[in-house]
Ligand binder design. Structure first.
Ligand code: ADP
Ligand code: MG
Ligand code: MG
Length: 209
């Protein structure tokens, strides 16, 4: 199962990925939004890093996820801050108390995160938002868990599905967020939040191997 070492490594890899893809996410958001997504996400995850050192002994993955949530809520801003903040807060709640998370736990954690984003942002599948990466990821993790996969395999399946979900946002017309102001002109561009979700889940899978 996935333990505290995994959770901390997920955060470190997430911060590395957001920094590495900062300009790319800015460019995507410049095309259909206001061009700050890469900067917002990089700032948020960089702010979590020093706090990892203050985690008390005996902390659980849920404690790490809660730390990410509170930090993202206070530092990311925009639409993505509260959405990702809610996602990590719900994921923390779904894994509360567990020292080790199995494949079913991975599916439950991702489903809770997705449900939090939907509760907060009211986007449906196909609205060209981060939900279009999260929902296929949840479905893939659940299928993997049902099929007897390990937690690491479930995360790998989720990450692949999120990447495909991000690709699938390209032809869509945005119906939520800033990109929706562009109407039909939003088609032909990848949703930045779906792509950051794909990177975060890729980091989660990499931390599990
Ligand atoms: P802002 O649009 O406030 O500048 P960001 O650029 O950081 O915030 O984040 C934009 C991303 O947030 C979008 O690419 C999209 O994935 C996501 N998003 C925006 N509104 C919603 C919503 N209502 N539900 C889900 N995701 C949303
Ligand atoms: Mg933006
Ligand atoms: Mg903004």
């Amino acid at each position: 199962g996935l333990d505290i070492t995994w959770a901390v490594d997920w955060v470190r890899r997430s911060a590395e990925s957001m920094s590495e893809h900062r300009v790319e996410l800015i460019t995507l958001d410049r095309e259909i939004g206001d061009g700050d997504h890469g900067e917002n996400m990089d700032r948020g995850f960089q702010a979590v890093l020093p706090k990892l050192d203050d985690l008390p002994a005996g902390s659980t993955p849920a404690d790490v996820l809660k730390l990410v949530a509170t930090t993202l809520i206070s530092t990311v801003g925009g639409a993505a801050g509260p959405l990702y903040g809610t996602a990590y807060l719900r994921a923390s709640g779904a894994s509360a108390g567990a020292t080790s998370i199995d494949a079913a736990g991975v599916a439950a954690l991702l489903a809770a995160a997705r449900d939090g984003i939907v509760a907060r942002g009211k986007a449906e599948s196909g609205d060209k938002t981060m939900v279009d990466a999260w929902t296929p990821a949840v479905d893939a993790a659940r299928a993997a868990a049902d099929g007897g996969s390990t937690a690491a395999e479930a995360l790998q399946a989720a990450a692949s599905a999120a990447a495909a979900g991000s690709d699938a946002t390209i032809p869509l017309v945005a119906r939520k967020g800033r990109a929706s102001y562009l109407g039909e002109r939003s088609a032909g561009h990848r949703d930045p939040g779906a792509q950051s979700t794909a990177y975060l889940l890729e980091a989660a899978a990499a931390a599990a191997t």
